[in-house]
Design a protein around this ligand. Structure first.
Ligand SMILES: C=CC1=C(C)c2cc3[nH]c(cc4nc(cc5[nH]c(cc1n2)c(C)c5CCC(=O)O)C(CCC(=O)O)=C4C)c(C)c3C=C
Ligand SMILES: [Fe+2]
Ligand SMILES: [Fe+2]
Length: 337
């Protein structure tokens, strides 16, 4: 294989300090893949209005988790670990991080990739399931950059869309779920509650976002493997969290689903964050603080949460393997090379 290989991890980014929150929110809402407006000239003024009105709530949430998002730190660690696994398998690749709404912005990373003389680039979104609003937005941005830059067109770009069906990812998730189940007095009676980040319903019904069906398939895959590998036959639910704005989002909403389970007499609840692979504000603040309180008040006293995968070794190995497969360098071939 000739030339230098790069791997670009795509993520959304998060404010590092409370002062960053407004601009981070502005960048997010200025993205037409996040808020779709009929008139493009309204995008920026509306983004600044919504960012200004949301900033105080959002700042308060970030304050509760130490004043900023842990996302960059965790994503960098994931990158270093993937790079190490690739190196161990004889693949001399450099791993980069490209954030959509905060530093290091995609454009900054692309500049570095050009400077490093990368000739083959694997683009790997750190979202297991595809959504127009997440992986789709970053991939679209990259396609636009490529379209307008002959220097980039000389780089072979291999884009992975989603990877929630991979056995390594599912195995790693199940290890984390099983470990937490064992902390309950009666693991078999724990209700496993998958909480995914929501999207407006319109994304699925009008814009054809595969997010909901990928999410449902993902949960099925995890539950099937949990039954097969760990003989766990727990009841489970999939619900959607983090709704913002006045429109209808995917249902059931996490908060309502928790209250309904409490009414049905569920006492033991294990929440599994399912749409994202790093700890972030929605796990550390929304689930650990807000939903724990909702559960307590509704009468669910045994409430726990599965940690995010972060740099779980089975998961990291699986992502490195996915990169090698995309390069046409299977693990065996890479070792032999
Ligand atoms: C991985 C799944 C995610 C989907 C799908 C998604 C869609 C989506 N998000 C917003 C609005 C906001 N998202 C915010 C933060 C945020 N979003 C995700 C993931 C998905 N978003 C993550 C991991 C994070 C947290 C990053 C961090 O700092 O730790 C925020 C800001 C926080 C807040 O104020 O609540 C907003 C706003 C929309 C509108 C949307 C779909 C259209
Ligand atoms: Fe979001
Ligand atoms: Fe939230």
């Amino acid at each position: 294989m000739s030339g230098r290989v790069g791997v670009m991890l795509l993520n959304l980014g998060g404010p590092e300090k409370l002062e960053d929150v407004y601009l981070f929110l502005y960048n997010l809402f200025a993205d037409p893949e996040i808020i779709r407006l009929p008139f493009p000239f309204l995008q920026k003024p509306i983004a600044s209005l919504i960012a200004a009105s949301r900033a105080p709530i959002s700042q308060e949430n970030y304050r509760m988790i130490g004043g900023g998002s842990p996302l960059l730190q965790i994503t960098k660690e994931q990158g270093e670990n993937i790079e190490n696994v690739l190196q161990r398998h004889g693949v001399d690749a450099k791993v980069y991080v490209a954030m959509r709404y905060w530093h290091p912005y995609t454009e900054e990373t692309i500049a570095q990739i050009k400077q490093d003389g990368i000739t083959r680039l694997v683009v790997l979104p750190l979202y297991p399931q595809y959504s127009i609003s997440t992986s789709g937005s970053s991939i679209k941005q990259l396609d636009a950059l490529w379209e307008n830059d002959p220097e980039l067109q000389a780089i072979e770009k291999i884009t992975i869309k989603s990877w929630y069906e991979r056995t390594g990812y599912i195995r790693a998730m199940n290890q984390l779920i099983d470990a937490k189940l064992q902390d309950f007095a009666d693991p078999e009676n724990v209700h496993i509650f998958f909480s995914a980040h929501g999207v407006p319903v319109k994304y699925v019904t009008k814009y054809g976002d595969p997010y909901q069906s990928e999410m449902e398939n993902c949960v099925d895959g995890i539950m099937k493997a949990l039954r097969r590998d760990y003989q766990r036959y727990n009841a489970h639910t999939l619900a959607y969290q983090s709704r913002v704005g006045p429109v209808e989002w995917l249902q059931p909403y996490t908060e309502e689903a928790i209250k309904n389970l409490a009414k049905r007499g569920v006492n033991d609840l294990l929440v599994v964050p399912i749409s994202f692979v790093s700890e972030h504000i929605e796990t550390l603040q929304e689930i650990d603080i807000e939903y724990r309180e909702v559960a307590e008040e509704a009468g669910i006293h045994n409430f726990d949460r599965v940690p995010a995968l972060n740099s779980h070794p089975i998961f990291i190995n699986d992502l490195a393997e996915l990169v090698m497969e995309s390069l046409g360098t299977t693990k065996a071939a890479a070792i032999a090379a």
